[in-house]
Write a protein that binds this ligand. Structure first.
Ligand SMILES: *Cc1c(COP(=O)(O)O)cnc(C)c1O
Length: 385
């Protein structure tokens, strides 16, 4: 025999209880019928859904101005729920040409294997995307701000194109977050997040989220994610909720520091270029300004003058900063695309994207801004002088 729940209390906890139970017991077969028929709400088996996932989903729904979103075990599970849960053999999908590495792999390797044709195109160039459309094109997947060159997709232009052609527009909003950009307000049909990154924010949980405007699409993605076992663990959801309680504050602080760091880096000898959306020298500055309403987010990219030796000296000199391939942590992290995310490309292909050995992407964290600028200044000086 197992106990039924917690001891009675006239008062209630202020923190969401963690509910790790895999199964939920009902009183009678009739009561279970009521649940399955949707006459009452209740949980059955936690792969099908559990309270901690629902708490996170409703919070994210509110942030994106959505209803009925699905929380998944990782950001890639969310991407997969869209591409594998909604597309069928014979369909065609267009992806942004600088999508997250695993999303690109799904597009290039797995979808074709399952009979779904894919084309990659530059999401900042609506004419190029239009040229890629076929009669069987069902969906376009783009990221609002690309990794690591922080190019800004023409989401409004793509939304108009998709509407005209009857194609779904899915936007991976991980880098921008709903704090800076809400894709539904700009005509997107589906929004995807790696909650692992800024939303959960502490590099201690992997989680994803996907939501469509249309309820029927949410049902299909939920069923697919449940069937394929993409359900997140209650503890991960519990941790993510905890992280999300401070998300707005963390994001605003990291963003303000990022803007300062970008301007500071631009003054340093040895820094060839800096990429940050609110800077006038950003290649898509006008579109960034229109879409992000003056917000720049927490990611800064820059290029040092020099090759691998200079890059090695820079990470060695960046005292206290983690050289680690993630983003959105409370601590500032550095990523070097040439040796990580873009290592599979040839040097010429990387050069075509502007990703030379001196190129770094910074995910700005919550350190004191003066201290952080000082660390970068010191590391750049020691690497390039
Ligand atoms: C990290 C990331 C993903 C994948 O998310 P995981 O939680 O690592 O599975 C997808 N898209 C973008 C833009 C990401 O940065």
């Amino acid at each position: 025999m197992r106990p039924h729940g917690l001891p009675e209390s006239a008062s209630h906890p202020v923190v969401t209880p963690l509910s790790p139970s895999v199964v939920y017991a009902s009183e009678t077969p009739d009561a279970l019928d009521d649940q399955y028929e949707g006459r009452v709400h209740g949980y059955t088996y936690s792969r099908e859904g559990h309270p901690n996932a629902d708490v996170v989903a409703r919070r994210l729904d509110d942030m994106e101005g959505a209803t009925g979103g699905v929380v998944t075990g990782s950001g890639m599970a969310a991407v997969s729920s869209v591409l594998l849960g909604l597309l069928s053999a014979g369909d065609h999908v267009i992806g942004g040409d600088q999508l997250y590495g695993r999303s690109l792999r799904l597009m290039k390797e797995d979808l074709p294997r399952l009979g779904i044709a894919t084309t990659l195109a530059n999401p900042a160039d609506v004419a190029a995307v239009r040229a890629a459309i076929r009669p069987e094109t069902k969906l376009i997947l783009v990221e609002t701000v690309s990794n690591p060159t922080l190019a800004v997709a023409d989401v409004a232009g793509l939304a108009a194109l998709c509407k005209e052609q009857g194609i779904l527009l899915a936007v991976d909003n991980t880098f921008t977050t709903p704090r800076a950009f809400r894709p539904f307000d700009h005509g997107a049909d589906i929004v995807i997040h790696s909650v692992t990154k800024l939303l959960a924010g502490h590099s201690d949980v992997m989680l994803g989220y996907v939501v469509a405007k249309e309820a029927a699409l949410n049902d299909r993605m939920r069923i697919f994610s449940v069937t394929t076992g993409m359900t997140p663990s209650p503890f991960d959801c519990w941790l993510a909720e905890r992280g999300m309680l401070s998300f707005d504050l963390r994001f605003d602080r990291a963003e303000a520091t990022a803007a300062r760091l970008a301007d500071h880096l631009a003054t340093l000898p040895g820094v060839k270029r800096v990429i940050y959306p609110t800077r006038e020298d950003h290649p898509d500055h006008a579109r960034a300004k229109a879409l992000l309403q003056g917000r720049g987010c927490n990611m800064v990219s820059f290029e040092l003058d020099g090759g691998r030796e200079v890059a090695n000296a820079f990470t060695r000199g960046a005292e206290g900063l983690s050289f680690a391939p993630t983003l959105g942590d409370v601590g500032t992290t550095l990523s070097h695309p040439a040796s990580s995310s873009h290592r599979a490309l040839s040097e010429t292909e990387r050069a075509g994207l502007g990703l030379n050995e001196g190129f770094f992407r910074v995910s700005v964290g919550l350190e004191d801004p003066d201290t952080l600028c000082g660390i970068f200044e010191q590391a750049v000086r020691s690497a390039t002088s």
